[in-house]
Write a protein that binds this ligand. Structure first.
Ligand code: HEC
Length: 125
């Protein structure tokens, strides 16, 4: 009788340990996949770096968030669509624009297409 209950206890103990071991494995698998997901997102961020454009020079006329009418004549750029902003900036680069285009022609001279797109993405609707 004593021998039998010892075997039962031993068996229970063994099952418990196996269950624990299985638990640990599960956790490990989870940790690995989480890590992989993190790695993947880091890689994605590396593959496509966001272009940061310094718009401090624009803020003097347009406001920090392009919320003002520059020199009281421009449209409020933050209310324009992204496409309209890109079109205007490219236009100034080609010498096209409104009555005050000369002001903007100097501003956009050094901007690349990618930088104009980045500005539109960040501030446009
Ligand atoms: C010296 C003041 C001044 C600065 C600095 C300036 N702008 Fe302008 N911006 C203007 C004026 C004035 C207009 C209107 C020009 C026109 O008649 O077409 C304008 C127009 C624009 C427009 C088109 C809005 C419209 O009315 O059609 C965009 C977009 C724009 N600016 C973006 C920028 C960006 C981006 C910068 C910084 C790289 C910048 N501006 C810097 C004065 C300024």
């Amino acid at each position: 009788m004593i021998k039998q209950s010892l075997i039962v206890i031993a068996t229970l103990a063994f099952l418990n340990i196996s269950a624990l071991a299985a638990d640990t494995n599960d956790t490990k698998v989870e940790t690995n996949s989480t890590k992989q997901a993190e790695d993947n997102s880091t890689k994605k961020a590396d593959a496509k770096p966001a272009i940061e454009v310094n718009t401090a020079a624009c803020a003097g006329c347009h406001g920090k968030d392009f919320e003002k009418k520059a020199l009281n004549v421009s449209k409020i750029v933050k209310d324009m669509t992204k496409a309209d902003i890109i079109a205007s900036l490219k236009g100034y680069k080609e010498g096209k624009g409104g009555a005050m285009k000369a002001v903007m022609m100097g501003q956009v001279k050094a901007l690349t297409d990618e930088q104009m797109t980045a500005i539109a993405e960040k501030f446009g609707k």
